[in-house]
Design a binder for this molecule. Structure first.
Ligand code: AP5
Ligand code: MG
Length: 217
């Protein structure tokens, strides 16, 4: 039976950064809905083109296509023992669909970690973020810089800034988070699955909090 962990938090809270670390520590794959959409976009698939029209405006991609895409991904053999979910679910409708799906595949939702970060920090993190277009690794110009400026440590690609990290789009993404995603905090609280970590601390401190919650210590 697979064990699933959800990372919940605003844009820039550090979901992707922490998911990579939890994935390595817990031996579970990192499944990021945003990364899968960006992969589709790179390959210019129909889903990628559709997603882009929403992502460019900082809006959510419609629930039905997002849910189908994630279910398909979670049925791959590497998710047999569970997964770290980053950016999904993002609406109560997606959460309902995930819980139904987990019931069918006999998966267990181990914890939903809410990475709490104040708004002014989010903006600073997103404006300083640089991403590897090849492997998706995320850096920050001052908090988590690559060894050589502008170059990915892992594969030597030239780093870029995500198009949805432009200031106007960031503002909209944060507003959309408050309207559509933050109700999930209460949703999972009611199910006694929510744990909260202080995401304003340094990257290592946040990882430590998450690992101790995941290991129940
Ligand atoms: P997605 O890619 O999921 O973006 P997001 O939720 O806006 O979150 P981010 O990736 O921007 O932030 P993060 O929390 O991962 O932070 P990170 O670790 O990079 O979604 C993009 C779009 O896709 C959505 O707008 C939507 O259109 C669509 N989409 C995706 N999922 C969807 C869904 N389920 N339904 C519908 N639509 C969906 O960190 C940010 C920066 O801060 C980095 O530079 C990092 O180095 C730095 N940093 C991280 N932690 C710390 C720390 N503790 N201290 C200092 N710096 C830190
Ligand atoms: Mg991310």
């Amino acid at each position: 039976m697979g064990e699933f962990v959800i990372l919940l938090g605003a844009p820039g809270a550090g979901k992707g950064t922490q998911a990579v670390r939890l994935s390595a520590e817990l031996g579970l794959p990192h499944i990021s809905s945003g990364d899968i959409f960006r992969e589709h976009l790179k390959k210019k698939t129909q889903l990628g083109m559709l997603a882009q029209t929403f992502m460019d405006k900082g809006q959510l991609v419609p629930d039905d296509v997002t849910i189908e895409m994630i279910k398909e991904r979670l049925l791959k053999p590497d998710c047999a023992n569970g997964a770290i979910l980053d950016g999904f679910p993002r609406t109560p409708f997606q959460a309902d669909a995930l819980l139904e799906f987990l019931a069918v595949i006999h998966g267990k939702l181990q914890m939903v970690a809410y990475i709490k970060v104040p708004a002014h920090i989010l903006v600073e993190r997103l404006s300083g973020r640089w991403t590897c277009p090849q492997c998706g690794r995320v850096y920050h110009i001052s908090h988590n810089p690559p060894r050589e400026a502008g170059i990915c440590d892992d594969d030597g690609s030239t780093l870029h800034q995500r198009p949805d990290d432009l200031p106007e789009t960031v503002e909209n993404r944060i507003a959309v988070y408050h309207q559509q995603t933050s109700p999930l905090i209460e949703y999972f609280q009611k199910l006694a699955l929510l744990v909260e970590v202080d995401g304003s601390l340094g990257i290592d401190d946040v990882t430590e909090q998450l690992l101790s919650k995941a290991r129940g210590s």
